[in-house]
Design a protein. Structure first.
Length: 325
């Protein structure tokens, strides 16, 4: 069986992504060989490419894909050739025509979830589920500030929070993206300078601030997040789209109102197969109920993954980005 995969041999810009011809081996015991139909692109892929999150080199890219099972390894009884599935895991290699994954970390797709939808939403959607329901534990009547609200994760966070009865203040970089956040259900959609964000949030909350900030931006948003959070509120800093949060003292949290800070990683919330399946089941149910629409903002051929990275880094995309083999 012939195919190809994309690899990075040295950290760098999008041009560091190289194509490598590849013939996947037969799956080992407990594994599945999956022919990819759609591949998710996530900001963490850029961190891996640039070396912000260092990896042994050379490395593959991509942690998430969906497709059809082509072969099952010895001892696998829950899947058969032809099954529609999706998966993600910490090891890289999703940017490829095929993938091999442990069967216990692969998810069967419900009839109402296409492989495109799964690839566009699984990693981001399970991240949203983790942030909203298990990290922040948001409840009806609370308030939240969502940074990058029109992006891949943000565009899922906004309707998810609204479905729970949470007041959503969305922040984006442009009025066009703010309009998308409003369409997704945000109660208030702000855009523009981070310097102006906290006063606007305070004005919208009667001076109190929000109960929770969901911050995937990082360095550029850190000061605004601190200044926007209510006393004893929580900042969940889950991404570094603008670079890592600069060093700070715990005293900063005290001065800002005895705040709580979490730097959550999804994989610490889906340690067991049972946790993974529960998170994905919740996501798929929210999608099938129409509570969390999945928007695919851009599609690129797999061979043009470098262009997908350029679009993502330049903030030209909204919703999710996928690659198509």
């Amino acid at each position: 069986m012939s195919g190809y995969r994309l690899v990075v041999r040295q950290p760098g810009g999008p041009e560091a992504i190289e194509r490598e011809e590849w013939s996947p081996a037969a799956p080992a015991a407990g594994e599945l060989l999956i022919r990819h139909e759609a591949i998710g692109v996530n900001f963490i892929d850029i961190y891996h490419r640039t070396g912000l999150y260092p990896l042994p080199l050379p490395t593959g890219l991509g942690s998430e894909a969906a497709g059809v099972v082509e072969a099952v390894g010895e001892g696998v009884s829950d899947f058969a050739a032809g099954d529609r599935v999706a998966y993600f895991h910490p090891s890289r290699g999703g940017y490829a025509t095929h993938g091999i994954a442990p069967a216990e970390r692969v998810l069967p797709l419900p009839e109402g979830i296409s492989t495109e939808t799964a690839a566009a939403s699984l990693l981001k959607g399970c991240t949203a589920e983790m942030l909203v329901e298990r990290c922040a534990k948001l409840q009806a009547g609370q308030s939240v500030l969502i940074h990058a609200a029109a992006g891949g994760v943000g565009s899922l966070l906004v309707p998810w929070c609204k479905a729970l009865g949470v007041t959503v203040i969305a922040h984006t970089g442009t009025p066009e993206k703010a309009a998308l956040a409003t369409a997704a259900g945000a109660d208030h959609a702000l855009y523009g300078s981070m310097d102006e964000l906290a006063p606007a949030v305070r004005a919208l909350t009667g001076g109190r601030g929000v109960d929770v900030v969901l911050d995937g931006v990082g360095a550029a948003s850190w000061a605004a997040s601190l200044a926007s959070t209510a006393r004893r509120g929580l900042i969940a800093s889950y991404g570094n789209a603008s670079g890592p949060v600069p060093p700070f003292s715990p005293l900063d949290l005290g001065r800002a109102g005895s705040l709580f800070l979490s730097r959550p990683s999804l994989f610490d919330y889906i340690v067991t197969p049972e946790e993974l399946r529960a998170s994905a089941a919740r996501l798929f149910a929210m999608i099938e109920q129409g509570a969390v629409p999945v928007t695919i903002g851009a599609r690129f051929p797999l061979a043009d993954a470098a262009d997908a990275h350029r679009a993502l880094e330049s903030r030209r995309t909204t919703g999710s980005v996928i690659l198509e083999p």
